[in-house]
Design a protein. Structure first.
Length: 935
């Protein structure tokens, strides 16, 4: 029905469960049940711009202080009737009229602000967006807009376009990109309605960012009626003192001026935020149910907000929808394919196979523990190869070891190579408006098939190719001599429809449609491999109905995964852990119907309770008999995004911990109770406090900021990272759902933690791909180490990217990712073909790796050695990087040096010398000191 009406569906509602003043005065905004009913469920139908426009006055309230208007309720009103909020109603009307104006506007006159990101700000990172080749995508968008009748001056090529943005007059102003406009300080002061608030945080206008002291800069360039603009940063990225702050800050002068420029000076008909993700939606304000005092709402104001967003990120996408009124238009993540083997790896594989053939198992059994000359030679060469590739150490020589030990070592080697070869990796970046090739589609379909259970799992690439080119399924089955059972038919139809969808132009169509103020259909968010329903992209991504998380399926899987973690920890030579720290994100829970939440229930020995409508209502304990082992204590570290998206689940996890702490059970069978009672005794608090286990940010704050500390490198001691994490994440969320600062309790709980872990749910996102895994899991691990007086706890990753789980130590995970991605020519060539943006990907993978060294100390030194060899010591490669993206290349060199300075690896003196020279040379060339001088 909505699609046939083809108009935007706005979810504007009055408050039902609290008064206007309660809402207005709270940092949270909507209550969990309101959040579910008024926002999450309408989103399933494609609702946008969720807004509160009224509510009840309530007995005690005479004045609503929810916004700057501060409405006073007359004494005569009926306090139980609904009243509108003057400010919100006016904003709702303004937003609707802007959408109508957009719809009615003539294409040739429509003005589009296309906003790219630069995060954390650096000249090498302009156009940052997850999985997306941004410049190529924006360039394609300009061409499509032009073809559609927009007034656009399209540059001649993507290189020319990139140059106009990146270079232009940037050198002259010392900025990361071209300065398009200057806003005088005087003008800013006159027009900035929230000047006082900004000045409190950032000092007198124009502040320190994007300014020459007399005016503020707006970066970007206008191409006819399309203004390609660069969003300013938060402003605190490089400031260790501000990063310690538990709350977020108001935007900088430059940030607020930027959005005002788009709205009022450029007079955009709509803004199109380009790629996952920016800073606007993470500005301070309520979690949901924004008021006129919330920064995202103030900044976007009534401007229609469209947002190109990765289809696999429903959680952060939801924040953009709920806090900044965005309509998401999803884009496909890059094709996924097997990592394959390269260089030394394929030779090592051959050697292992050769060994197996030359010295077959039967012969080994008969062997009298002495290797003959031939076997000795083979073992020597095999070991030498494995040593070069860092799989084995040189001592002891294999040939001196007994049969069993050698057998085990070769078997393990063979398994590692196999794992590497078949590990799935993303290939390159997605380009909007360039439908993927048949080969890329085949990569994706083969990867999809490999994680399925039916017959299709065994399809060869040739069969898959035949399938997508066949006239009919019956013909295909006949040619392949397959029996077309109903289930096979369904599977094949699924594959064909995926192929069609991936090659369609639905994303650009989505953009064009949204720019006409039309309806964008909803789509679930997730990974194509696990949920093909995310296709076709170009739709408005949503999550699950929160009342149904965790689902029955998730509970079953959660138990399985939790047991795997316990098994792995015990297989590493440890007893059953008493206490675990686990990181919970919104994304993986939204994609798995609450899998990670279910793991916590399983560890604690608890279950969710549902009411007669099947809605999540509370927690209950399994009996110890049913559980069959002690209840494990779990410290839950939640992301800010999880807090915003899963308020019901937070309360229920807190309830489970409380019920366990309060259960009349022997403490050796209930570690939650054991630790809670001990804390209570030592600190004289109530059980409610001692049983708090869910910790996160203060309301309206996001992230541990450990990632920004690593990026700016301005820290001396790793304990500073622990401190930053702890300051940001010490807020305990109990059964009431309201956070309370509990730093001592948190430290005490962390001191008991024996292992930390997080799930990995998406092939596209490894632990070295984004800076948020080490931010949270690394952050909590470092905080555990500090709380334990310097003793590190092991860190594990529950890799569920292929459905079934593999639990790896962090060290194993980083090694696997380094070998299958960063050191793999297939991966880095896939990136480097995108030029500037490919180098940035390399740089951020390296920075994230340093983040893991800093937070856990569990990265092998060879990782840095091999990266240096591949990207710095090879003169051709380093010049190539430098020519594509000088700022990111300089960062690669200086980051490797930093890793050596911090003792994460110890380069040979000659390597260190070269690295230093290259780093200096790159810096000089960046600054233009010795332009053209090579070493
Ligand atoms: C989340 O979904 O909670 C999340 C996603 C990305 C980074 C951090 C947290
Ligand atoms: Mg993020």
């Amino acid at each position: 029905m909505l699609a046939s009406l083809d108009v935007p569906y706005l979810a504007a509602q009055p408050l039902e469960f609290q008064t206007l003043n309660d809402w207005g005065g709270s940092d949270r905004g909507l209550l969990p049940v309101e959040n579910t009913l008024m926002i999450a469920i309408p989103e399933l139908d494609g609702a946008i711009v969720p807004m509160v426009f009224g509510g009840r006055a309530g007995e005690a309230d005479v004045q609503c202080t929810g916004c700057h208007k501060a409405c006073v309720f007359e004494a005569s009103i009926n306090r139980h009737d609904m009243h509108t909020c003057v400010e919100r109603t006016a904003m709702l009307a303004a937003r609707v009229s802007k959408l109508i104006a957009l719809r009615k506007s003539e294409t040739a006159h429509r003005k589009v602000a296309l906003v790219m990101f630069n995060f954390p700000p650096n000249a090498g990172r302009v156009g940052t967006a997850a999985h997306l080749s941004v410049f190529e995508s924006v360039f394609n968008t300009l061409k499509s807009l032009k073809a559609e009748g927009y007034t656009v001056d399209v540059p001649n090529s993507v290189d020319e376009f990139r140059d106009q943005i990146l270079a232009g007059n940037a050198k002259q102003f010392g900025t990361d990109a071209n300065v398009h406009a200057q806003i005088s300080t005087e003008d800013h002061i006159k027009r900035e309605p929230w000047l006082k608030e900004i000045e409190t945080q950032w000092g007198p206008a124009p502040g320190k960012f994007l300014t020459n002291g007399s005016s503020l800069f707006v970066l970007g360039k206008q191409f006819g009626n399309v203004f390609v603009a660069l969003q300013p940063g938060f402003g605190y990225e490089g400031d260790p003192m501000r990063l310690l702050h538990e709350k977020g800050f108001a935007p900088t002068h430059a940030f607020s001026a930027f959005y005002r420029y788009l709205r009022e000076d450029f007079a955009a008909s709509a803004v199109l935020h380009f790629g996952t993700h920016g800073a606007l939606e993470f500005m301070p304000g309520k979690q949901s149910g924004m008021s006129g005092s919330c920064w995202p709402d103030r900044l976007i104001n009534d401007l229609p907000n469209l947002y190109i967003y990765a289809s696999n990120n429903p959680s952060e996408g939801a924040i953009a929808k709920r806090r900044a009124g965005a309509t998401l238009i999803s884009y496909l993540t890059p094709p996924v394919s097997q990592a394959g083997l390269y260089q030394g790896l394929s030779e090592l594989k051959e050697s292992v196979e050769h060994w197996r053939k030359a010295v077959p198992e039967e012969n080994i059994q008969k062997n009298t523990h002495v290797w003959d000359a031939n076997a000795q030679e083979l073992l020597d060469s095999l070991q030498a190869q494995a040593v070069t590739l860092e799989f084995l150490s040189a001592e002891p020589a294999l040939k001196t070891l007994d049969v069993d030990t050698v057998n085990k070592a070769v078997m393990h080697l063979s398994e590692q190579i196999l794992e590497l070869e078949y590990t799935l990796i993303p290939y390159g970046l997605h380009i909007l408006g360039s439908p993927i090739s048949t080969e890329q589609s085949l990569d994706m379909l083969m990867s999809y098939a490999s994680v399925q259970e039916g017959e299709i799992q065994d399809f060869s690439r040739e069969m898959m190719n035949a399938l997508i080119h066949s006239q009919s399924l019956d013909q295909f089955a006949k040619n392949q001599k397959l029996v077309l059972t109903p289930s096979l038919r369904e599977e094949l139809n699924q594959v064909l429809s995926m192929h069609r969808d991936m090659q369609s132009d639905s994303e650009m169509q989505g953009i064009l449609k949204a720019l006409e103020g039309r309806y964008i259909r909803p789509a679930p968010g997730g990974d194509v491999l696990r949920n093909p329903q995310v296709l076709p992209t170009g739709r408005n991504v949503h999550g699950f109905d929160p009342f149904r998380i965790p689902s029955k399926f998730a509970m079953k899987d959660g138990l399985y995964q939790a047991n795997k973690i316990l098994e792995r920890y015990q297989a590493d030579g440890n007893p059953l852990p008493e206490s675990i720290a686990m990181v919970l994100w919104g994304t993986d829970n939204l994609k798995t119907e609450g899998g990670p939440i279910a793991q916590i229930f399983a560890l604690m020995g608890a279950l969710p309770r549902f009411d007669s409508f099947g809605r999540l209502a509370g927690a209950q304990l399994l009996t110890l008999e049913e559980l069959g082992r002690p209840r494990i204590d779990v410290m839950v570290s939640i992301s800010g995004i999880f807090r915003d998206l899963m308020p019901l689940q937070i309360k229920i996890l807190a309830e489970a911990a409380y019920l366990a702490a309060a259960a009349d059970e022997p403490i050796e069978q209930n570690f939650i109770r054991k630790h809670a009672l001990a804390y209570q005794k030592a600190n004289g608090c109530d059980l409610e406090t001692a049983a708090l286990r869910v910790f996160g940010n203060a309301e309206s704050a996001y992230g541990a900021n450990v990632n920004m500390m690593i990026d700016n490198g301005l820290w001396q001691d790793e304990n500073e990272l622990a401190e930053t994490y702890t300051r940001r994440k010490s807020f305990a969320y109990g059964r009431s759902g309201t956070p309370v600062l509990q730093s001592d309790l948190l430290n005490c709980i962390l001191a008991d933690v024996e292992l930390t872990y997080q799930n990995l749910d998406s092939i596209e996102l490894g632990v070295t791909t984004i800076d948020t895994y080490f931010d949270t899991l690394g952050g909590v691990s470092r905080a555990v180490r500090r709380a334990k007086g310097g003793v590190a706890a092991p860190v594990y990753i529950g890799d569920q990217t292929k459905g079934d789980a593999v639990v790896r130590s962090l060290n194993e995970q980083v090694s696997l990712e380094t070998r299958s991605r960063m050191l793999n020519p297939k991966w880095y060539e896939g990136m480097l073909k995108h030029g500037y943006e490919g180098v940035r990907q390399l740089e951020s993978h390296l920075t994230n790796t340093v983040g893991w060294s800093a937070t856990t100390g569990q990265v092998e030194p060879w990782v840095y050695q091999h990266l240096t060899q591949t990207f710095i010591l090879d003169p051709e490669m380093r010049e190539r990087l430098m020519s594509l993206n000088p700022a990111s290349s300089a960062k690669v060199a200086s980051r490797l040096l930093e890793a050596s300075d911090r003792n994460y690896w110890k380069p040979e003196p000659s390597v260190l010398e070269t690295l230093r020279r290259v780093a200096n040379d790159f810096e000089d060339r960046l600054e233009g000191v010795y332009e053209g001088v090579h070493i």
